[in-house]
Design a protein around this ligand. Structure first.
Ligand code: DLL
Length: 449
């Protein structure tokens, strides 16, 4: 099962018909089983018997993370606990974890869409994959694991972290594929370089990266450092886990295919909740079409992106752009809304900055302030004859080109985002790195005072 042309190339009218039929079934199923949705349907005046499918979906309000919390742990489940084959939790640092459950049938679909994703990423049966997503309650490890097995790959279930062991296995077992968060793939690339391990000592060809936002600059760093073609995998626990969308290895940079036969996407305005035009940015919302243990309608992911149809001969399914940020990650600084990924975009356009950055928001008196810490690219520091790992403000002051770089970056921030931010240039490795999982590049210290 490499490529499923009958599904992945289904002409749009047939895809819509399939989605309509599945959505109607999902609504009838929920109406019979889940009190939360019974109430929601009643409030929205939806009668499952006359529900017409996609055209009626927007009558329903959004399901949000708070609804999971209010129904903790199993209140949204549609099957008796005994029929739940596995439980996972979504990551998240605040409040109670979000619990999700799967029937054996859900797990089979989970494996199938991850296998389909890996195939689109260029993976082929017989290849070996080093799976550096965390195993455990996080959906990344086991999600990728079973999908990889389903595709016929040999899985090396190393989990996240333990960089020494990761590097050893890359050399000894010579897997062609690595699955990891992009920030951890950056760490592996840097460590290979730092330890002087020759590129020929490893055999990687593909990297399947996701679970956190990443940029084209990070793609370049990982692709060059690990000598791989790196593609994006997206997903979230509340809807399934990884494998909701995937970038094709030959169409890198043009968006990730959403597997529309199982997940129906919408993009809505973050303030009004109204659908936006195709291609416009907004909050991504998903409805499951085939889930049994935990079907969810109109889930407000909080992820900001756009969706669009395109002209690929390979597949008909809609594509989504990279995640631009989260509706709730948005920082409001002196009244200006901004996403940290806007800073990342500017960094991508400046040759002498590395993709490692951190945004720190603080409050002095009643005034919000933002600082951007960014590491300077190693070649420039070498060229200047500076110690690459310990750059100080004094060094910056002494070198015209560093001062210019700092000024240029600050000016671009001011011009593009409309905010003045203090820019600190750092040496290589001065900012925190991923310890194997997701990396938080934003520190909002304002509430702590
Ligand atoms: O992160 C599932 C996953 C595992 C996806 C492994 C890809 C690879 P959660 O822990 O529930 O699930 O976190 C979901 O992570 O709403 C996004 O904000 C973010 N996210 C996931 N994939 C991407 C991606 C997993 N490719 C939340 N790009 C989502 C940007 C991503 N953000």
């Amino acid at each position: 099962m490499l490529f499923q042309p009958d599904i992945e190339r289904l002409p749009l009218p047939q895809l819509r018909a399939l989605q309509n039929a599945r959505l109607k079934e999902q609504v009838a199923y929920l109406a019979a089983r889940v009190p939360f949705y019974q109430r929601r349907f009643a409030e929205a005046g939806i009668d499952p018997a006359t529900f017409r499918g996609l055209e009626d979906l927007t009558r329903l309000g959004f399901t949000r993370k708070a609804d999971f919390r209010d129904n903790y742990p199993f209140g949204l489940f549609a099957v008796p606990e005994a029929e739940v084959a596995r439980l996972h939790c979504s990551s998240g640092t605040t409040g109670k974890a979000t619990v999700v459950g799967y029937t054996a049938g859900d797990l089979a679909i989970f494996s199938e869409v991850v296998a389909r994703s890996l195939a689109a990423a260029g993976c082929r049966p017989g290849m070996k994959v080093q799976n550096a997503y965390g195993y455990g309650l996080f959906t990344g490890g086991l999600g990728l694991h079973y999908g990889a097995e389903r595709l016929g790959l040999t899985v090396i279930p190393v989990s996240g972290g333990s960089t020494d062991r990761q590097l050893q296995l890359l050399q000894d077992f010579r897997p062609e594929i690595i699955c990891a968060t992009p920030s951890y793939a950056q760490v592996l690339a840097e460590e290979l370089h730092r330890r002087g391990i020759a590129p020929e000592a490893i055999n990687l060809k593909l990297a399947v990266l996701g679970a956190e936002p990443w940029s084209e600059a990070i793609r370049t760093q990982v692709q060059d450092g690990l000598r791989v073609a790196a593609t994006n995998i997206y997903g979230l626990s509340e809807i399934l886990g990884p494998g909701i969308s995937q970038e094709d290895v030959d169409e890198r940079g043009t968006g990730s295919y959403i597997w529309e036969d199982h997940f129906y996407p919408e993009v809505v305005d973050k303030d009004t909740g109204e659908p936006v035009a195709e291609g416009e940015l907004g909050v991504l919302v998903f409805s499951t079409l085939t889930k049994k243990a935990l079907p969810i309608l109109r889930y407000w992911t909080g992820d900001i992106t756009n969706i669009y149809y395109h002209h690929s001969v390979k597949r008909t399914h809609v594509k989504m752009g990279p995640i631009r940020g989260r509706a709730d990650d948005m920082l409001i600084i002196r009244g200006v809304n901004f996403f940290p990924t806007q800073v990342e975009d500017i960094i991508s356009g400046l040759a002498h900055l590395s993709p490692h950055y951190q945004v720190v928001a603080t409050r002095r008196g009643s005034l919000d302030e933002v600082e951007v810490n960014v590491e300077v690219a190693e070649p420039l520091l070498r060229e200047l004859g500076l110690a690459t790992t310990a750059l100080t403000a004094a060094h910056v002051a002494e070198h015209d080109c560093l001062r210019q770089l700092q000024g240029q970056f600050a000016k671009k921030i001011k011009d593009n985002i409309g905010l003045s931010m203090r820019v600190n240039l750092l040496g290589c490795g001065q900012l925190p790195r991923s310890e194997g999982g997701k990396l938080n590049r934003v520190r909002d210290l304002r509430e702590l005072k």
